[in-house]
Design a protein. Structure first.
Length: 582
């Protein structure tokens, strides 16, 4: 194994032994060694794939399947056959009328049994959604929302939001478009009025509920009339693919091999040939599933979900979601620009831009919006704004605040200061101007720095105004114009002292950024050179370009300069009186 590692890492035996000894007692060193192996001999950084089994957290599927009696209604049987032929693309869609459909009583009974749970009902076409809505309107006392491709995006969003409301619609009737890209994991019951002929489309339908964030078992309800083509399709999915109890990874291949025969056998009402088709599909499905399991790329899986790094990221997200101390920050921020807010209950807020005083908040351009701080609720409700620090609305408001003049200069009276004393607080932003291609912000982002000096130009880094002074600041209306001459003499000297005091922080930040840059580029260059030895696709020009980028970054970082962003002059209770006498 040591010889293999030496060859893979392009190092001699002594160097490999040293790395192994270090890794034996150092978790970080083990991770570094594993990262090197994955990066240089796995899929590198060009592919990420997370398997459902590796991620975990998905719900259990519970199948509720029924075979309905055929009865003696020949017209109903003919309509079911025509519907199946339309689904298979063998004829045009006919007008849907479910007044005498054998599935209607099953649908009504199931909805009654599931009350008060919410139910997502999926079917293929808009015409079927409209026919089902008409049938439910006349035969059931239910709050029903519809969702199909003939509706505007705004209408779909509103109906989906109504379905998501705890007191909203109990049933959402959706056409195939409703199974694309929408999240309904707040519901646990999915009812199939019809079944698609493509296993991948079926999986997509189920995925509207069976997804991360689902907090309960997913119950799948389907029924077919005995002797109908739909009954054969239901059996094929359940008995051959187990599609209602587990995901089907090989659905596309199975559809390619057996799809045409399945349609033909279903239209022929089954028989021995259909039984053989089910058995053959089941055997092929088992073989393909085993081949997929054997074909797992372990290095790819390790690269996609690194243990410590992924765990730290997930924990950071969980901690941010669990803490509510900063939830009022976006609301107070938006309030500065005239956006009013009011609680709606259920962790929701209404944002009203009626009195907005600025441009630059496009999310509110259309009017009032509902928002939340709850991630699970935001995932379930596409219409809700998720007001976290990285939301575009919050970022836009922050940019407006930082680029404006408001709050750049402040004056505060603090009676707890010694007599005739004052402290000037200066806030600088350390910025490094560089070509965009260097992405210098990853090494030295705009960094706020604070310096405070008193009238004797002594540095007062520990200074902070008293809580009482800050609370009373809004109640004081002070006219500083009589003191302008004295302040014009005093403040510039204090500002020079603050600028000198902040230089030490500037130098420390630049030194830290330079150290990080040197370490990162050294590691990346070592990586590229190692890859070049085993991979001819790594061209020398790529290494040269990275070296040039390193040199440019190391040259530009020392040019970072502090920009004065805000000032606050804090004075003692008698300071202005003393100034008046000067």
């Amino acid at each position: 194994q040591r010889a293999l590692l030496a060859r893979l890492l392009q190092q001699d035996a002594a160097a490999v032994d040293a790395r192994l000894q270090t890794a034996a007692g150092d978790a970080a060193a083990r991770e570094e060694l594993l990262d090197a192996l994955i990066d240089r001999h796995g899929t590198g950084r060009v592919m990420v794939r997370n398997r459902r089994a590796a991620v975990g957290g998905f719900p259990r599927r519970v199948a509720h399947l029924e075979t309905l009696p055929a009865g003696d209604d020949g017209a109903a049987a003919a309509r079911l056959r025509e519907e199946f032929e339309a689904d298979a693309g063998r004829r045009a869609e006919t007008a849907a009328d479910y007044a005498r459909d054998p599935r209607t009583d099953w649908l009504l009974r199931t909805l009654e049994e599931l009350a008060p749970a919410k139910v997502l009902v999926l079917c293929r076409t808009r015409a079927r959604v409209q026919a089902l809505e008409e049938m439910l309107r006349t035969r059931a006392d239910l709050a029903v929302a519809r969702f199909h491709d003939d509706m505007s995006l705004l209408q779909r969003d509103r109906n989906a939001a109504w379905f998501a409301e705890p007191d909203g619609a109990r049933v959402l009737l959706a056409s195939e478009v409703g199974a694309e890209g929408r999240n309904f994991q707040f519901a646990q019951h999915l009812l199939f009025w019809d079944l698609p002929l493509d296993p991948d489309v079926l999986e997509q339908r189920i995925g509207r509920l069976d997804r991360i964030g689902q907090r309960g078992d997913v119950h799948l309800h389907a029924a077919a009339v005995a002797g109908s083509p739909q009954a054969c399709l239901l059996r094929w999915y359940h008995e051959a693919l187990d599609a209602f109890t587990a995901p089907v990874a090989d659905g596309r291949e199975l559809a390619r091999r057996y799809g045409h025969a399945l349609v033909g056998q279903a239209l022929d009402a089954g028989g021995d040939a259909f039984e053989a088709l089910v058995a053959d599909t089941r055997a092929t499905h088992a073989e393909l599933a085993e081949a997929i399991a054997r074909g797992r790329d372990r290095l790819l899986e390790l690269a996609s979900q690194r243990g410590a790094e992924a765990g730290a990221l997930l924990q950071a997200v969980a901690d941010a979601d669990a803490g509510s101390a900063d939830d009022d920050y976006p609301l107070r921020l938006l309030e500065q620009f005239g956006v009013q807010h009011e609680p709606l209950g259920g962790a929701q807020w209404l944002l009203d831009p009626e009195y907005v005083t600025v441009d630059g908040l496009p999310e509110l351009a259309a009017g009032k919006r509902q928002a939340t701080f709850d991630r699970a609720l935001a995932l379930a409700r596409d219409d809700l704004l998720f007001l976290r620090p990285d939301h575009p609305l919050v970022l836009a408001a922050q940019d407006l605040l930082l680029s404006g003049d408001g709050g750049n200069a402040a004056f505060l009276v603090d009676a707890t200061l010694p007599p005739r004393s004052a402290v000037l607080e200066a806030v600088y932003v350390l910025e490094c101007v560089a070509p965009r291609a260097l992405a210098i912000e990853r090494l030295l982002p705009p960094t706020p720095l604070r310096a405070a000096v008193d009238t004797r130009l002594a540095v007062r880094s520990e200074f902070a105004p008293s809580d009482v002074a800050r609370l009373r600041a809004g109640d004081r209306d002070i006219d500083l114009s009589p003191y302008r001459k004295a302040l014009t003499t005093l403040v510039p000297k204090m500002l020079d002292g603050a600028h000198a005091a902040v230089q030490e922080q500037v130098e420390a930040c630049i030194a830290g950024a330079l150290a990080v840059a040197q370490a990162r580029y050294a590691a990346e260059l070592e990586r590229l050179r190692a890859l070049a030895r085993v991979n001819p696709a790594v061209h020398p020009d790529e290494i040269a370009a990275l070296e040039a980028e390193r040199d440019a970054v190391l040259a530009v970082l020392p040019n970072a300069r502090p920009r004065l962003d805000a000032l606050r002059l804090v004075v003692g209770g008698d300071f202005l009186t003393a100034l008046r006498g000067r």
